[in-house]
Design a protein around this ligand. Sequence first.
Ligand code: ATR
Length: 290
Amino acid sequence: MRHIVSGKTRICGLIGDPVEHSMSPVMQNAAFRELKLDYIYVPFRVKSAELGQAIAGMRALNIRGLNVTVPHKVAGVQFLDELDHLAEKIGAVNTIVNDDGVLTGYNTDATGFLQALLEREIEPSGKTAVILGAGGAARAIAFILAERGATLLILNRALELDWAEELARRLSETFNKKVEALELNRENLAPALDKADILVNATSVGMSPTADETPVPADRLRPDLIVYDIVYNPMKTRLLREAEAAGASTIGGVDMLVWQGALAFEKWTGRKAPVELMKREVIRLLKRQV
Ligand code: ATR
């Protein structure tokens, strides 16, 4: 049956800039429909200068939940009433829940990343993870992996090495465990990967339209490595193709995208998310865009 928006419909959405290419409206509305929930999900393009007003407007408009995307994940924190412990450590949110005017922030990028590992029965505790990149996504990933007991090594391109060092310093302090940051180059990559159980590409290298690029030479990949690329467009990046060819286990960015959405859905609705359906919808959308 067609969903009819009425006075009772609960509203969720996305704030970011830009939001035009977001997969979330299709993914979330499909999930609401599947569970016959009287909810709707809409994108809001919000300029940085108006972020505070937009978040305060959640209370005024009785919006139940928001996803927060680039460039508002860090700046959004200051406008919230509560933060869950992980979002607080990371210093960034991608999900807000409005409980009768009390706004709580979560980071389901981090928990969604983890969930894609756990559903494959990969437990990060005791493993060594090499993270490529030190941007927003890398930060959420590094915190959840460290919290879960992994040993971390962060590699970032020279240009912004300070970011990587700052991230490593914060992780070392928070978890009382040394986290190293190095420049991302061939010389550092080889010994780092020799020690690694999990390799995470949290850079945008390999993302369309430069899908012919890879952050790791194919000859560094091996069968006992788990290769997790958070790039989801293309779904199978060159890194993932080469990892597969080397016999490594692979996880693509669609899984993290879907799980962050599924976990946000569960916070807003209190219902178990139809994860497989959400994944099918995202894949359908990505295939149409090619
Ligand atoms: P996101 O929110 O997806 O993490 P981001 O915060 O812009 O986006 O981070 C992108 C990451 O990809 C950064 O670590 C960036 O490196 P810099 O910190 O040096 O900018 C990394 N990145 C982007 N293009 C890259 C390239 N060509 N080579 C290596 N790293 C790259």
